[in-house]
Design a protein around this ligand. Structure first.
Ligand SMILES: *Cc1c(COP(=O)(O)O)cnc(C)c1O
Length: 296
């Protein structure tokens, strides 16, 4: 499963390199693995779907926001591998609105969309809510919000090759729930440093990741979250479009552009130099990219 539909072997993912102020940035293009099962979601979902199949489930259920890359990827994978899928979508008000492209695509792939109030969504991990779900949707394999669980972390360890462990000093990745970062931390060498650029405001992710790994060669910054999850600033969008024009690597505004903005800033500050062997994980997410060119 999954490896069979990848456009590139997960063991031979393409790299690009670019220079900014004499610093060489090597980009590992997970976004090129598959057009729908985007980037890191490929690795996060792989062992979850294998487990769902092993346990004999025919239905997967998961959670996400209206623009979630995880929802889009799960809907596609479920359809492709013959599972029914249910998406619990945050925001009751969306039920009465036309579907945005993410949700429309999910529905095209057969995902049953259910809208949950923001308040209820917050209680999605409580035993009461989970019991209710089991009554409403019997016999489902549950994938948590953003897909992060032990099997997702196991999958994300496969992002790094042996060369990635020896040829680089610093590994950078965008962070949403921290599952991908944890996989990278677990798979990297302790002589390396793993830097997470948070798409969300607040330092709770540092605590979350501490629960997931005992290793300490990592750091998460929310300094480039641009106000919070899915928030954008004129500076961010300007950076994103300029980057794409200069380097011909597409980014999106929720995760990868914020990470790259942070990396360029660390280079500006002299915290990464021409001596730093830098590996940047392009985690995909391009289905959610803002496509209209804004006046910048
Ligand atoms: C989901 C996603 C992330 C965040 O991954 P986590 O494992 O939740 O931290 C990062 N980048 C992109 C493009 C994503 O879609």
């Amino acid at each position: 499963m999954f490896d069979d539909i990848a456009l590139h072997s997960p063991h031979a993912i393409p790299y690009d390199s670019l220079f900014y102020k004499n610093v060489k940035i090597t980009v590992k293009r997970l976004d090129l693995l598959h057009p729908q099962i985007s980037g890191n979601k490929f690795f996060k979902l792989k062992y979850n779907f294998l487990e769902a199949k092993r346990l004999g489930f025919s239905k997967v259920l998961t959670f996400g926001g209206a623009y979630s890359n995880h929802i889009a990827a799960t809907a596609y994978a479920a359809d492709y591998y013959g599972f029914d899928s249910v998406g619990m979508i945050r925001g009751e008000e969306l039920a009465n609105r036309p579907l945005n492209p993410t949700l429309a695509t999910a529905q095209t792939h057969g995902m049953h969309l259910h809208y949950v109030s923001r308040e209820k969504y917050k209680s999605k991990n409580t035993p009461e809510f989970l019991a209710e779900l089991n009554t409403q949707f019997p016999e489902h394999y549950l994938i948590p919000e953003g897909g992060t669980n032990a099997l997702a972390i196991q999958g994300c360890q496969e992002i790094l090759s042996d060369h990635d462990r020896t040829d680089f000093d610093v590994i950078c990745c965008a962070v949403g729930t921290g599952g991908t970062l944890t996989g990278l931390i677990e798979a990297s060498g302790e002589q390396q440093q793993v830097l997470g650029f948070s798409a969300l405001k607040g330092d709770f992710l540092t605590n979350d990741v501490k629960q997931l790994t005992s290793k300490t060669h990592w750091h998460i910054s929310d300094g480039y979250c641009c106000g919070g999850y899915a928030k954008t600033t004129a500076e961010l969008l300007h950076f994103m479009y300029t980057f794409e024009q200069n380097y011909a690597i597409p980014l999106e505004q929720v995760y990868t552009a914020k990470m790259m903005l942070g990396i360029f800033d660390l280079i500006d500050q002299g915290k990464m130099t021409s001596d730093t062997r830098l590996l940047v994980i392009h985690s995909g997410g391009l289905q959610g990219r803002l496509t209209e060119m804004r006046s910048i």
